[in-house]
Design a protein around this ligand. Structure first.
Ligand SMILES: [Zn+2]
Length: 171
């Protein structure tokens, strides 16, 4: 993906994201309203109140090749359990009570906020292209944090954790 390809695709991705979020706004629930026991230990109330979850059968993925990004076929065709756009994440219905998956997507919400949409999408796409899904830097951070969450100890401030990891990445 060249910088020119990204620059041309970026406004289309952002439009697609806004349209998709608008489409599902009525079925979105604030994460705070879902009353998870452990998430409030890691995330601020402000974040949980301002983040939305949409339960869905298949998570929506932007049509990247029609946006000029041809090299993400595997990602576009994949069947992910969850995906985050800005302050909203989509989760497969059968995983909606899986607190660790919410935790994972909330890490992405913080990444979106810290980096801003343009740098998030650029970093995410570059990571996917260079390292593949699991080893892409933003996913590695999310999986690392999710593992700590599953182990239960130590409890940590997730926003600080993500900020420190982003500094380390130089992102
Ligand atoms: Zn992820």
């Amino acid at each position: 993906m060249t910088p020119q390809e990204f620059a041309a695709a970026y406004p289309k991705m952002l439009d697609w994201i806004h349209e998709t979020l608008a489409t599902y706004r009525r079925t979105a629930r604030s994460v705070a309203s879902m009353q998870f026991a452990r998430l409030p230990l890691y995330f601020s109330d402000v974040l949980l109140q301002g983040t939305y979850c949409v339960p869905i059968n298949r998570v929506p993925i932007p049509p990247l090749s029609s946006m000029g990004l041809e090299r993400f076929t595997a990602f576009v065709q994949g069947d992910s359990d969850g995906i985050t756009y800005l302050n909203t994440y989509f989760l497969k219905r059968r995983h909606v009570s899986n607190e660790a998956l919410h935790f994972h997507e909330l890490i992405h919400v913080i990444q979106w906020q810290s980096l801003g949409p343009e740098r998030f999408l650029k970093t995410y796409a570059e990571g996917l292209e260079r390292f593949g899904y699991e080893n892409s830097p933003l996913e590695k951070v999310a999986y690392e944090a999710e593992d700590l969450f599953k182990r239960g100890r130590p409890v940590f401030d997730a926003e600080r954790f993500v900020t420190a990891q982003l500094l380390r990445l130089g992102a």
